[in-house]
Design a protein around this ligand. Sequence first.
Ligand code: OOG
Ligand code: NI
Length: 268
Amino acid sequence: MSTATPNWQPLFDALWQQYLEVTPSALAIHQLLSHDGTINNDHIALRTFNSSPVQLEALAAPFEALGYQAKGDYQFNAKKLRAKHYEHPDPLAPKVFISELLVEQCSAQLQQIVAGLVNQLSPEMTASHSWVHSGRPWQVSTAQYQQLIAESEYAGWLAAWGYRANHFTVSVNQLPDNPPLAAVNNRLQEAGFVLNSSGGLIKGSRADLLEQSSTMADQAICQFSDGELTIASCFYEFAKRYPKADGTLYSGFVAASADKIFESTHQS
Ligand code: OOG
Ligand code: NI
């Protein structure tokens, strides 16, 4: 057996460390579940604006450089988002779900604020692959943040936190004995973690070939240009996949479920 580190591992290690800085509950949950064995990640997710130089495909480039390939396309009309998911040939590599806000569909005020953020960036910002875990690359005020979340929770979250994994996802299939997702949820609730109940605790079904649940995001201090606010940071997700007719596990996402998972970063 080879002991070489997979080529994708260092990038995910960097994303994980950055994520834990604002998501202490994820470390506690990881410790709770890893008593049972190793935890493999089903996927992570990143968010962006569809504005150059930070559009979805630019955020995907560092992953593509490691061998990831685009697979599914998803639309979220009410939230004004589109998304794609990426897979790596190594089955142990987490999938990557990347979404972007379709800024031109939003109000003139939102478009103006977002242009003011993106105009602070140099086109070279995305040259180094580490930009996907560089955090927030622009200055933003508390008033701008408040105005953004009033129209789009997604836009506000992204303006505040920038480039980071907004969640990691435990592969429930790879936990010992492949437990039912409901059993994982019960264990988390008994330990005091708050789960996202939008559309029910379990999003999707065996018929969809994917069941998902998630925590509500932690609350963390975020520094703005004119002060700090305690706001929703990142969350942890749990995914259980079922086999397709050919016997291999379904590897896509389910738009109706994803629509609810996005709400894990809403201000309650
Ligand atoms: C992504 C939400 C969708 C999933 O697994 O369906 C998702 C996000 O919150 O940015 O992660
Ligand atoms: Ni997810």
